[in-house]
Write a protein that binds this ligand. Structure first.
Ligand code: NAD
Ligand code: IPM
Ligand code: MG
Length: 351
C-alpha cells in the first residue's frame, strides 16, 4: 500500500514522540512492504511563530490531500500563562478537527499485564479493563459562541448540540458496541443541562435499532467516580466534547500513564491519529517523554487502513517492551528507565 501521511509534530515533546512513531511506522512499512510518504506541516505554537497562525492554510491543504494525519502535541506555557492571548496553539487543533470533519474521537483504555501492579488503583479493580470512549469532537461548549460582556467583567461559553450531531456520534457508539461487549453507556448531565437532555432523548430513540445493545444512562459526575472504582464494568461510553476530554485523562490512571493513551479522530475520509496527552512542556528536549501513546496512535492508523496485522505488530512490540522494562521514567517506578529515543529504537527493531 502507498500511504501519504501528513506529519504534524507541533510543540514541546511533540517532535520527540513523533520521531519515534515515524521510526516505528517506517519499520512496519519495510516489514509489510508498504510505502509511506511523510508530509511534514506546521501547527501549534511553532506555526504561530513561523506564520502567525496555528493551523495555516498550507497545513490544511497538506492534511486534506493526505490519507491520514499523524499528530504529536501542541501548546506552550507562554500562551497558557497569558489568558489575554488572542491567537493560541490549541485553536489550531480545534480548527483542524472541525475543518476535516472529525466528529468522533475514539479513546480506548486498556490495561497492560506488566503494569497492573504499578497503577495507584488496586489490581482487582482494573484487571480486565477494556473500554472505549467515543468523545464528540466538533461540537458542544468548545465550539459555541464565546466572549465577554460588561466591559470584560462577565464571560460566557455557550454549549450547543444539534440532534444530528448527537445521532451521528451515537450511531458510531452503537455500531462499535455491536463489535465488542454490546454495552453502551451514555454519559451526560441530563439532570441539569438541556444539551444533555437532547443527548439522552436522541440515544433513547435509537435503542430500538440496536436491540442487542444494553444501554445505560449515567451522570458524568457519577461516571468520574465509577470509572476508577469499577472500570472493568464499562464497554463503550459515548459523551460530549468536554466531558470526554476530562474523563479520558482520568482514565489514563487505569492504563498507567498519559504517555500510553492513543486516539483516533474519525468522521470523514481522513483520520487524525493523536495521543491524548499534551506538549508536556517540562519534558521538552529532555528525552524523557513516553513515545508509546504516539506509537499506539500510529497502530490505530494502520488498523484504520484495514492493516490489522501491522497494528498488531506494533501493539505486540509495545507489550514486549513493557514486559521487558524498556520504558521511560513515567513507568519505571524509580527503577531503570530508557530515553524517548531509545524506547523508539527498541520498538522499531522489535516490530
Ligand atoms: N492534543 C494536544 O496537543 C494537547 C492535549 C492536552 C494538552 N495540550 C496542551 O499541552 C500543554 C501542557 O498541558 P498539560 O500539562 O495540562 O497536559 P500534558 O498532557 O502535556 O501533561 C500532563 C502530565 O501528563 C504526563 N504526561 C503527558 N504526556 C506524557 C508523556 N508522553 N510521557 C510521560 N508523561 C506524560 C506528565 O506527568 C505531565 O505533567 C498545554 O499548553 C495544553 O493546552 C495539548
Ligand atoms: C489541547 C486541547 C484543545 C485538547 C482538547 O481539549 O480537545 C486536548 O486536551 C485533547 O484532549 O486533545
Ligand atoms: Mg485533553
Amino acid at each position: 500500500m502507498k500511504l501519504n501521511i501528513a506529519l504534524l509534530a507541533g510543540d514541546g515533546i511533540g517532535p520527540e514522540v513523533i520521531d519515534q512513531a515515524v521510526k516505528v511506522s517506517d519499520a512496519i512499512a519495510k516489514k509489510f512492504n508498504h510505502e509511506i510518504n511523510w508530509k511534514p506541516a506546521l501547527t501549534g505554537a511553532a506555526a504561530i511563530d513561523a506564520v502567525g497562525e496555528p493551523y495555516p492554510d498550507e497545513t490544511h491543504e497538506i492534511c486534506a490531500s493526505s490519507d491520514a494525519v499523524l499528530f504529536g502535541a501542541i501548546g506552550h506555557p507562554r500562551f497558557d500563562n497569558d489568558p489575554s492571548a488572542k491567537v493560541r496553539p490549541e485553536q489550531g487543533l480545534l480548527k483542524m478537527r472541525k475543518k476535516l470533519g472529525l466528529f468522533a474521537n475514539v479513546r480506548p483504555t486498556f490495561t497492560f499485564p506488566s503494569l497492573l501492579d504499578k497503577s495507584p488503583l488496586k489490581r482487582e479493580r482494573i484487571e480486565g479493563t477494556d473500554l472505549v470512549f467515543l468523545r464528540e469532537l466538533t461540537g458542544g461548549i468548545y465550539f459555541g459562541e464565546k466572549g465577554r460582556r460588561d466591559e470584560g467583567e462577565t464571560a460566557f461559553d455557550n454549549c450547543v448540540y444539534t440532534r444530528e450531531e448527537v445521532k451521528r456520534l451515537a450511531k458510531k457508539g452503537f455500531e462499535l458496541a455491536m463489535t465488542r461487549g454490546k454495552k453502551l453507556c451514555c454519559v451526560d448531565k441530563a439532570n441539569v443541562l438541556e444539551t444533555s437532555r437532547l443527548w439522552r432523548e436522541t440515544v433513547q430513540a435509537m435503542e430500538k435499532d440496536y436491540p442487542e445493545v444494553e444501554v445505560s444512562y449515567e451522570f458524568v459526575d457519577a461516571v468520574a467516580m465509577r470509572l476508577v472504582q469499577w472500570p472493568n464494568s464499562y464497554d463503550v461510553l459515548i459523551t460530549e466534547n468536554l466531558f470526554g476530554d476530562i474523563l479520558t485523562d482520568e482514565a489514563s490512571v487505569i492504563s498507567g500513564s498519559m504517555g500510553l493513551m492513543p486516539s483516533a479522530s474519525l468522521g470523514a475520509d481522513i483520520g487524525l491519529f493523536e495521543p491524548i496527552h499534551g506538549s508536556y512542556p517540562q519534558a521538552t528536549g529532555l528525552n524523557i517523554a513516553n513515545p508509546m501513546a504516539t506509537v499506539l496512535s500510529a497502530a490505530m492508523m494502520f488498523e484504520n487502513f484495514g492493516l490489522q496485522e501491522e497494528g498488531k505488530a506494533i501493539r505486540n512490540a509495545v507489550n514486549k517492551a513493557l514486559n521487558e522494562g524498556i520504558v521511560t521514567e513515567d513507568l519505571a517506578d524509580g527503577g531503570k528507565s530508557y530515553g524517548t529515543k531509545e524506547v523508539g529504537d527498541w520498538l522499531a527493531e522489535n516490530v
